[in-house]
Design a protein around this ligand. Structure first.
Ligand SMILES: [Zn+2]
Ligand SMILES: [Zn+2]
Length: 193
């Protein structure tokens, strides 16, 4: 499916770009309720999403293009091995999550940064939702994993995984990654009981 190109921007508008070829089949729209997604928002100084989830569209890095203010792009991670959290340093807005290596070609895009999110289609998966029994579970997980696997595999086979605005050709991220120190990190997670 060809899809449509959608402009996105950080909250203050300094960092702008385009999501290319957006359609309900070129990516998966999902909502995540996990502690990490929430912690990343809080660390970035964004409004607390809880008890709601964080809305994302999971697609591939070759469908992301930065158009303006790319120098505002910054990255952090909540741990040494955690996902890379890409934000706009001007206003703190979180825009993308990626793996630590371009060889795992996926990008999770915060859909709040779009003017029009209709072309993404409906939310098809929910992760870490709290169930009536108090436990957390997933809905639509298979669909989500299937979409991820098919897209990642096709990128690996075609070599398109190398086309990414987040990594240099040698596989290192285009920004220094700030690792949030353990003591700071703890503040953004619920206390263990
Ligand atoms: Zn999450
Ligand atoms: Zn901004």
């Amino acid at each position: 499916m060809a899809g449509v190109d959608l402009p996105f921007a950080c909250d203050c508008g300094k960092l702008r770009g385009t999501l290319l070829g957006v359609s309900p089949t070129n990516g998966t729209r999902a909502e995540c309720y996990c502690h990490d997604c929430r912690a990343a928002e809080l660390y970035a100084g964004q409004p607390d999403p809880a008890p709601g989830g964080v809305q994302v569209y999971q697609s591939v890095p070759d469908r992301v293009r930065f158009d303006l203010g790319e120098d505002q792009l910054a990255a952090f991670s909540l741990s040494e091995k955690g996902l890379l959290q890409w934000q706009a340093s001007c206003c703190g807005a979180l825009l993308f999550k990626t793996a630590r290596t371009p060889k795992l070609p996926f990008v999770s895009f915060r859909t709040d940064r779009l003017e029009d999110d209709n072309p993404l289609g409906p939310i098809v998966a929910r992760a870490f939702v709290r169930k009536p029994n108090g436990k957390r579970g997933h809905e639509g997980g298979l669909k989500f994993m299937f979409g991820f696997a098919v897209r990642a595999l096709s990128r690996r086979m075609t070599g398109l995984w190398k086309q990414t605005p987040f990594f240099h050709a040698d596989g290192t991220p285009v920004r220094d990654i700030h690792i949030v120190p353990e003591n700071d990190r703890k503040k953004f997670y619920p206390a263990r009981s």
